[in-house]
Design a protein around this ligand. Structure first.
Ligand code: C2O
Ligand code: CU
Ligand code: CU
Length: 498
């Protein structure tokens, strides 16, 4: 259903406003008018529940390539949960692209070939690279054409990723399979002698809506509100997989590559998750937790220690229920994947006390504070209305620069969801930032919000303040909610660095 028909049918009419910014009001209107037809949302506005699989299929590990490579976006087949279905991929026979692994300081030269039947492009999420290589929503490559992404890697070690970013089609293309990891290594990280090789496991966690023949993407109005979620949790492209491990430390490099679903990660034996890094690389010191939230677009670098477990033990990575997630998130706990202990090994790894030099940027170094209201549900403008999800009551307009920022400036940006009732993982292109403060909702920062970030979760009722040292990479970049349905609905603005 088109939004304008929806507005007409709900009797909201031209130029009307939903006062009070309440998604519940909106959902009530949906229900009253029988808009939620069961395609993913039930009448109480809850997303489809997760269906756990059998944990009997092996965890695939994406192949690794260098920064000189070709990525061909294409319609292909993927074997997921034992069925061969059609999907989109950056290589044939599978949904995820290769993991690109580079050292800091190298020049990447990635030849993108668009063999999709529609426009696409690649955004390098987490990379601090020039605007013309960043995969801006308007910098798209036509079907059948190619583009050479060339950029120098000039940032500390960390786990980044890549995905399509064409205006209005990011969510669908990503959901149908287009994504991949991008790992940067450097000397500081190497000196720590972290678990590596088979002991360093990349985990791309996603939820998909599987049909007999493919991956369905058809969000209802309710799912534009909540974000589109799937009943099947996949890791590295396989549903409910398992992997065999030894009794030692492992380094898990985790990406939440889902469109909308937030995970509250934990181990089923309640073992420690030792958080050593996040979006922007290593933390200053390891931080040990039992559970940790991971929103779409965010990454975690986690050590887990299977020492002391007997052969045959099974430990699940799971997502536990959580509070503060609004009406559509955190209401269900489920298993994600299984670790099966199959080998006894002694391990000489010792956890370093200090990981990396991370200097906190003092709030006093900011030259400007910008406030962004992200709970907007005001629907004004009648037939010109372009989105339910807004930032400062605006939706994305390619012809409008929303914020002008001076090169090299340091600024505080405030994402205010204090009146909102949906979670919004807010992401900035072109920069890494530090999180200064969270008020309302959870009322504090999590351990993975120290150090450097490029995506920060703003839960309902929360206001989150970040500090951003901008670079000299002048040009036009976007910032947006990384709930990809919200993003495609227009919850994205542009800043220009001059
Ligand atoms: Cu991963 Cu503009 O996003
Ligand atoms: Cu990004
Ligand atoms: Cu959002």
């Amino acid at each position: 259903m088109k939004r304008r028909e929806f507005i007409k049918n709900t009797g909201l009419g031209t130029g009307s406003i939903i006062a009070g910014s309440s998604a519940l009001t909106f959902l009530a209107a949906c229900k009253k008018n029988n808009m939620m037809n069961g395609s993913g949302m039930n009448m109480s506005g809850q997303p489809v529940p997760v269906t756990e699989g059998s944990f009997s299929r092996l965890l695939p590990i994406p192949n690794t390539v260098t920064g000189n490579t070709t990525l061909t976006a294409q319609a292909t087949m993927a074997n997921i949960n034992g069925s061969n279905i059609s999907a989109l991929g950056y290589q044939a026979n599978g949904i995820l692209g290769p993991t690109i692994r580079v050292n800091n300081g190298v020049n990447a030269n990635i030849n993108f070939q668009n063999n999709l039947s529609e426009k696409s492009n690649i955004h390098w999420h987490g990379l601090k690279i020039p605007a013309n290589m960043d995969g801006h929503p308007e910098a798209v490559i036509n079907s059948g054409s190619g583009f050479n992404y060339q950029f120098a890697i000039n940032q500390r070690a960390g786990l980044c990723w890549y995905h399509p970013h064409p205006e209005g089609a990011t969510a669908r293309q990503a959901f149908q399979g287009l994504a991949g990891l991008f790992i940067i290594n450097d000397a500081e990280e190497a000196a720590l002698n972290m678990p590596s090789g088979i002991y360093e496991i990349p985990l791309v966690i996603q939820d998909k809506r599987l049909t007999a023949s493919g991956i369905a993407y058809n969000p209802s109005m309710g799912e534009v509100m909540s974000g589109y979620m799937g009943e099947t949790i996949i890791v590295n492209g396989e549903a409910s997989p398992y992997t065999e491990v030894a009794t030692r430390y492992y380094r898990l490099r985790i990406l939440n590559g889902s469109n909308a679903r937030i995970y509250n990660l934990a181990l089923s034996n309640n073992a420690d998750l030792i958080i050593i890094g996040n979006d922007g690389g290593l933390l200053k010191n390891p931080a040990t937790v039992k559970t940790i939230l991971l929103a779409p677009g965010e990454r975690l670098d986690v050590l887990v220690n299977f020492a002391g477990l007997t052969i045959g033990t099974e430990v699940y990575l799971e997502s536990r229920m959580f509070d503060n997630g609004g009406s559509a998130q955190g209401k269900q706990g489920f298993k994600i994947m299984k670790f099966k202990i199959t080998q006894t090994l002694s391990d000489s790894f010792t956890l370093p006390v200090a990981l990396s030099a991370v200097n906190s940027i003092p709030a006093s170094s900011s030259s400007k504070t910008r406030n962004f209201i992200i709970n907007a549900m005001q629907m004004s403008g009648g037939m010109n209305m372009t989105g339910i999800h807004r930032i400062n009551d605006k939706t994305y307009d390619k012809n409008r620069i929303d914020e002008n920022v001076s090169a090299n400036a340091t600024e505080i940006w405030v994402f205010d969801n204090s009146q909102g009732d949906e979670p919004h993982p807010m992401h900035l292109h072109g920069v890494h930032f530090q999180v200064l403060e969270r008020s309302g909702g959870r009322g504090q920062l999590t351990v993975s919000e120290s150090g450097w970030k490029d995506t920060v979760l703003v839960m309902p009722r929360e206001t989150v303040k970040i500090i951003i040292p901008f670079s000299t990479l002048t040009g036009v970049f976007v910032f947006h909610c990384h709930n990809l349905e919200h993003e495609d609905d227009g919850m994205m603005l542009q800043y220009q660095l001059t």
